[in-house]
Design a protein around this ligand. Sequence first.
Ligand SMILES: [Cu+2]
Length: 68
Amino acid sequence: MTTITYSVPNISCGHCVHTIRTELADLQGVQRVVASADTKQVTVDFDAPATPDKIESLLAEIDYPAAK
Ligand SMILES: [Cu+2]
């Protein structure tokens, strides 16, 4: 299991949190998603076949790109 915390500046409300949680949960291998509008952070626990690249691509696709 790998855990990565992303900084996602676009998170502004509970809707954003819900969207991110729902979309990431659909990615195979993702075990747990914690997103917060307060900290603007998304923490993802995942195993293969999910990868940091796939998670970042998905976040960018749904308009919540992770800050580098
Ligand atoms: Cu929102």
